[in-house]
Write a protein that binds this ligand. Structure first.
Ligand SMILES: O=P(O)(O)O[C@@H]1C[C@H](O)[C@@H](CO)O1
Ligand SMILES: O=c1cc[nH]c(=O)[nH]1
Length: 340
């Protein structure tokens, strides 16, 4: 199991990203192959040294849209005549956009894909000398007892056996890494959903599976060897254990960010209620609007953070997500602190 939060802070009080790999420093250069970047070929401090927020989600399109959305929200201006560029275009794997202090990156589907990306993005933060970055996953999920369109902020990630850690075979042995998300970040996000709630937002455990079909108890895959009754009993059992939603990346996301001493949060919108069905039936335009919901919440957090640091105007008129007043933001902070 990995070290506790306290241990990480004791070891890295300046907020540096924890690499936990002595080999990297000894290498002439580090090629971040799946990002089409390298410590020898690119000035990573110059390119990424000002990053504060790393936002990830499954598809390249979503993350391009989020990049444009956050650009409008934080009032970031591009040089005249330029557009946002996909920095990792030539990897043909992931897409990455940078908007001032925000990176918006697609992670593909499932634990292996997000895991590879996290190794390289964590190393990117290290090479770029970024301090105290905050990572968000902006995703989609199946809700349990939740209507489609409900946003779930994860309190904790568990696997399909309800175990709160990522298990990975390394050199023939199983290594376990605690899948811890930042509690305060989750509370702050929840508080920010409340003032002008446009959609339902809840918190709960997130179950992360290795498969969309059998792994999530679906009756509609190419194979199914259980009955609907057995599926529903399982859903009820995990629901009783506090699971609010099911997706496919949170375990790795929580485990690897925690191992690196990075604060992170997972915010997903439910596309359906798994107690009612398995197929994603909502029309395309509805799904598009739902997918924007986690983006709105995370954008609100980023906007408020930058406003508190004096890096954004607090007039509340730049973009469609209202910025909290300084008084309200202080209250939200105080509310959070009383829990610590
Ligand atoms: O962020 P996304 O929408 O990719 O998250 C979930 C989990 C899987 O990657 C995918 C399955 O449809 O959606
Ligand atoms: O049911 C769902 C919907 C989206 N993503 C998942 O992993 N599961």
């Amino acid at each position: 199991m990995s070290a506790s939060d306290e241990e990480i802070h004791d070891e890295y009080p300046d907020g540096s990203v924890r690499l936990r790999n002595p080999n990297i420093e000894l290498m002439d250069q580090d090629i971040l192959y799946h990002l089409a970047l390298g410590s020898g070929s690119h000035d990573l401090v110059e390119m990424f040294g000002d990053v504060k927020f790393v936002c990830m989600g499954g598809t390249p399109k979503r993350m391009e849209q989020f990049a444009y959305y956050i650009m409008e929200q934080i009032g970031h201006k591009l040089p005249a005549g330029t557009t946002l560029q996909d920095i990792s275009k030539y990897s043909y794997r992931y897409s990455m956009y940078k908007v001032g202090p925000v990176l918006s990156i697609s992670h593909g589907m499932g634990i292996p894909s997000v895991g590879i990306l996290l190794h390289e993005v964590i190393k990117l933060m290290y090479h770029a000398k970024v301090k105290d970055p905050i990572f968000f996953r902006i995703g989609t999920c199946g809700g349990i007892g939740l209507e489609g369109g409900t946003v779930v902020i994860s309190e904790e990630a568990v696997d399909g056996l309800l175990r709160p850690y990522l298990e990975l075979p390394v050199l023939g042995k199983l290594v376990q890494r605690t899948a811890k998300l930042d509690k305060r970040l989750a509370r702050d996000l929840k508080s920010m959903a409340e003032p002008s709630q446009l959609f339902e937002t809840v918190t709960g455990k997130t179950m992360c599976t290795y498969d969309f079909y059998e792994g999530q108890g679906r009756l509609d895959g190419a194979f199914c060897e259980f009955t609907e009754q057995e599926k529903l009993e399982y859903m009820e059992q995990v629901h009783k254990a506090g699971v609010a939603n099911i997706e496919m990346e949170s375990l790795s996301f929580a485990a690897l960010t925690h191992h690196a001493g990075i604060k992170s949060a997972v915010v997903c919108v439910a596309l359906l209620d798994r107690l009612k069905g398995d197929q994603v039936l909502a029309p395309h335009e509805v799904l598009e609007e739902w997918q924007e919901r986690p983006q709105k919440l995370v954008a609100r957090y980023i906007k408020n953070y930058l406003a508190m640091k004096g890096r954004l105007s607090l007039d509340g008129h730049s973009g469609s997500v209202p910025v909290l007043s300084p008084r309200r933001y202080k209250l939200v902070q105080q509310e959070s602190e009383t829990y610590d």
